[in-house]
Design a protein around this ligand. Structure first.
Ligand code: 3PG
Length: 220
């Protein structure tokens, strides 16, 4: 198993991973301010837009947000993300090349897996934290609970189709390290630089998570 990385300890502390699609890196100050004010200084910036690299750099420069890269599909994107300051790398599926490049950089990889075979592929790569994606359409919390019974020591970040209404279904599962989703950072609110809305959504998500599982430990 891999050594516990500080970024993973911090993710598990916050228990929530806002998944952000940024159209313009100049939207980052409003986003960062909202997340920090809402008590959730975490962001997974997805490589679905050309702004991802600059947005990661701008968030990392703040120094008060745990920033990672999402939707990372290639080793080149790993290089770009890490150079920009990403402290963790998330992928929708499991790519050996992506994971190995992360390991070379010493940055934790969180690849996607929804079947036993896929989880076993991540075990072969020495990992013990995987993204359960797309969560809702892969059987949701009941499927994840069943999958987790055969993988002692593996923890999951369910993402995809999760929002305030079903957050608790996932966060009550002991094998869930954190829950990811875009509901905390809607693309249109980010684009509108609506710091107040982002703060409100982040604060509500933290309160909902606190009701299920109080924060443990210290953020790294
Ligand atoms: C991701 O990249 O993790 C997902 O697109 C997030 O899914 P959601 O928008 O349903 O939260």
């Amino acid at each position: 198993m891999s050594t516990r990385h500080a970024a993973l300890v911090a993710l598990e502390h916050y228990r929530l991973v806002p998944v952000v699609v940024l159209d313009d890196a100049s939207d980052v100050p409003a986003l960062g301010a909202g997340l920090v004010a809402g008590g959730l200084p975490v962001a997974e910036v997805t490589f679905r837009t050309a702004a991802a690299r600059d947005a990661i750099a701008a968030l990392a420069d703040r120094g008060d947000v745990l920033v990672g890269a999402g939707t990372v599909l290639t080793p080149a994107q790993v290089d770009a993300a890490v150079a920009a300051g990403a402290r963790f790398v998330v992928s929708p599926g499991t790519s050996r090349a992506v994971v190995e490049r992360c390991l070379e950089h010493g940055v934790p990889a969180i690849p996607g897996a929804v079947t036993a075979t896929e989880v076993m592929a991540t075990l072969e790569l020495g990992l013990d934290l995987v993204k359960f994606f797309p969560a809702a359409t892969s059987g949701g919390a009941p499927a994840l609970a069943t999958l987790a019974t055969v993988f002692a020591g593996v923890h999951f970040v369910p993402t995809g189709g999760i929002a305030a209404g079903n957050l608790a279904d996932y966060l009550t599962l002991p094998a869930v390290a954190a829950v990811g989703g875009s509901w905390m950072v809607p693309r249109d609110r980010v684009r509108a630089r609506d710091t107040a809305a982002i703060e409100r959504l982040a604060r509500a998500a933290v309160a909902a998570a606190d009701a299920v599982r109080p924060r443990a430990g210290q953020p790294a």
